[in-house]
Design a protein around this ligand. Structure first.
Ligand code: PGA
Length: 244
């Protein structure tokens, strides 16, 4: 059984702080840590804290290696909303990381080939901490409800729910939101040594309630965390905890 450690915080800032503390401790303990990173609104505060600590020279990313969860297909790598751009703007451009040590799935071209390549890369390493946000429908990475827990990196069709949730990044126009993505599978996520999932806001409350209830159900992808063999930190703000 995994050890789910629930950390209730008051707001987004405190959630970010608690999440950042786990990453800071990890990087101090193991300077060549392998980190699984996430995108979206949730990790922005945590990334800001890591940037600050790096500027203060409290931590260095010189030997840190990163693997991102997912990337959109259908938009170019340099599109302003690609996860490649997001990672540069919100973390990599501001820290002393070696870009050769950063990995993001390739959303351009042949998805099957790109998925297989990323899977092969992941199979050569063991991620020390995997950071996760959670979709309002319970997705992790872009593993939408109904995804089998034992598949690796793959192409997905985003659900209507996710397209609507992400329209805020695309001028609120669902037609502009990519309809496909490449994502680590739940298998890859469960292969990591430790998991840190953060959630903020009322729209995440139901998904959080489902994980904490201990269910394991394909229709709630994040419930797969109940199968993880290591520590799983779930860090929530007041609103995300409102159904617990
Ligand atoms: P968000 O997305 O952090 O932008 O809410 C989380 C997710 O969809 O996994």
């Amino acid at each position: 059984m995994p050890k789910i450690i629930l950390i209730k915080t008051t707001d987004y800032e405190e959630m970010s702080q608690k999440g950042a503390e786990i990453f800071i401790e990890q990087i101090k303990k193991k300077p060549n840590s392998i980190l699984g990173l996430a995108t979206g609104s949730t990790p922005l505060g945590l990334y800001k804290i890591l940037i600050e600590k790096n500027k203060l020279k409290e931590i260095s990313f010189k030997d840190v290696i990163t693997y991102n969860l997912d990337e959109y297909c259908d938009i170019p790598k340099f599109h302003e909303q690609s996860y490649y751009t997001y990672m540069n703007q919100n973390l990599f451009d501001h820290i002393d990381i070696n870009r050769n040590n950063t990995h993001i799935p390739n959303g351009e071209g042949d998805s099957k080939l790109n998925s297989d390549n990323y899977e092969n890369e992941l199979n050569k390493v063991k991620i020390d901490i995997q950071l996760l946000g959670i979709g309002s429908n319970g997705h992790i990475g872009f593993n939408e409800p109904g995804t089998d827990f034992d598949i690796g990196v793959h192409e997905v069709n985003l659900t209507e729910n996710t397209i609507k949730d992400n329209a805020r990044f695309f001028e609120n126009d669902i037609n502009k939101v990519p309809k496909k993505a490449i994502t680590m599978g739940i298998k890859n996520i469960l292969d990591s040594e430790m998991i840190v999932l953060m959630a903020s806001g009322k729209n995440k409350a139901n998904a959080i309630k489902n994980i904490i209830s201990g269910i394991v159900d394909k229709n709630v992808p994040a419930s797969a965390l109940n199968l993880h063999k290591g520590k799983v930190y779930i860090i929530v703000d007041k609103e995300a905890a409102s159904m617990l």
